[in-house]
Design a protein around this ligand. Structure first.
Ligand code: DC
Length: 226
């Protein structure tokens, strides 16, 4: 059995991609690369500047000039990796509600995607990597030997996201979480460039009734079949 060099996991927000991807990467001894953190870091940079989210030219310029680094975790505070924005640790700030709210419009900009995709592809092509995102199998690494599309109903995803956010001590309710996911699904799957979609060669796993361990097991079975 030859383990696929690049494993692509795509799917909508809160479908379990990051949790499954991180476990899989750890078990395989692969790099775990959650590409969403790059779009989140750009969005945080925009929020921290005086640039309006709607100003595509300035947002794109900012995306092209900031430095984003993703490194193994340096603190034992529940993080799966460190995210640095121009040298500052923003690992938790990129999960703030205002970032959640604006990340989909920012990641729909052509120039922003171009800048991020180039960096992601460079890392992916080194191999031995589990890459997680929306367009890994379709655009970033179409040559991935195994492509998984993780899905779950909107209600189940909202429930999971609520538990995750409340676990960090933030106050949100179910309706707010559900509405925010519906908005992000719409933007992520209808944008012109690299929309979230299921590629023909992807294996779809619906995780509604599966535990994390069961999803990881299913992916491992698929790895054996490649
Ligand atoms: O997976 P996430 O929720 O952290 O992703 C944040 C946003 O980034 C998501 O709304 C869409 C965007 N994204 C993307 O467009 N392409 C990727 N490969 C990863 C994320």
């Amino acid at each position: 059995m030859k383990t696929p060099n690049i494993i692509a996991i795509d799917g909508p927000a809160a479908s379990g991609k990051s949790t499954v991807g991180a476990i899989l990467a750890r078990d395989l001894g692969y790099l775990f690369f959650d590409t969403g953190v790059m779009y989140r870091a750009v969005t945080l940079a925009v929020i921290n500047s005086d640039i309006p989210i709607k100003d595509e030219v300035k947002v794109t310029h900012l995306a092209e000039t900031i430095r984003i680094d993703v490194n193994p975790p340096s603190l034992d505070d529940g993080r799966a990796y460190d995210v640095f924005l121009d040298g500052c640790d923003v690992t938790w700030d990129i999960r703030l509600p205002e970032v959640n709210y604006s990340v989909s419009p920012v990641s729909a900009y052509r120039g922003v995607r171009l800048a991020m995709t180039q960096q992601q592809r460079r890392i992916g092509m080194r191999g031995n990597v589990v890459m997680v995102g929306r367009d890994i199998g379709s655009v970033v690494c179409p040559e991935a030997e195994l492509k998984i599309y993780l899905d779950a109903s909107i209600e189940e995803r909202a429930r999971r996201r609520l538990i995750e956010v409340q676990g960090r001590g933030e106050e949100v309710d179910y309706k707010e979480t559900l509405d925010s996911l519906i908005m992000r699904d719409r933007i992520d799957s209808t944008r012109t460039i690299a929309p979230l979609k299921i590629t023909e060669d992807a294996v779809v796993i619906n995780t509604d009734k599966l535990s994390i361990e069961e999803v990881v097991m299913k992916v491992k079975e698929l790895i054996e079949d490649v």
